[in-house]
Write a new protein. Sequence first.
Length: 192
Amino acid sequence: MSCDSVSGRRRPHPVVVAAVCVVLLLVGVLLARHYVAQPFRVPSVSMAPTIQPGDVLLVDRASRGSAERGEIVVLDGRGYFAPSATDGDRFWVKRVIATGGDRVQCCAPGGAITVDGVPLEEPYLPRGAAPSEIEFDLRVPEGRMFVLGDNRSDSTDSRHLLGAPGGGMIPVDRVVGEADRIVWPLTRRGAL
C-alpha cells in the first residue's frame, strides 16, 4: 500500500501538472513583459550609430510614463509620428532632449542645440553630422518631451512636428519604457 492511498488523496496526473506549469509560465512571461521588460526590434537608421537597424532592445517597463534628458526611450507614436499607425510602426525609439519647463533652441553659434541656454554635448551623433538643419526655439510644456533621433539627417522626430497639433512635444505618458540594452545581435549586445 502506498502513502497516497493511506491518506486518501491521489496524485494529479502528470499531464495536468505539466499543463498547470505551462499556464503559470505563460502568465509569468506576460506579467514580466507588461511590468518588467519588453523587447523591441529597431527597423530604421534614425538612431544610428548608437542603435542599428535590426538591433533588438530590452526596454525597462518600470520606467514607463517617465522621461529624463538624455535617455533613449521607446514611445507610442500613434497620433504624433504615425497618425494612422499599425502595430508595426506604432513604437518609436528616440532620445529625450528636453522635458517639461525646458527651453530648447537650435542653433547656438557653432551649431549646437541648447537646453536652458547650455549647449548639448552630443558625442552620439554620426561623425560630421549637424545637430539640426531645422531651426527652433521653444519651451516644452509640463508633462511633455522634445525627442530627436541620433541620426538627425534620417530621423522623423519632434523637429518635423513643430507645426502640428502639440508642436512636436510628445506627452511623457506615451513612454513605453527606457531602452536599457541591446540584446541582439550578440555581437552588439550591451548596455546603452
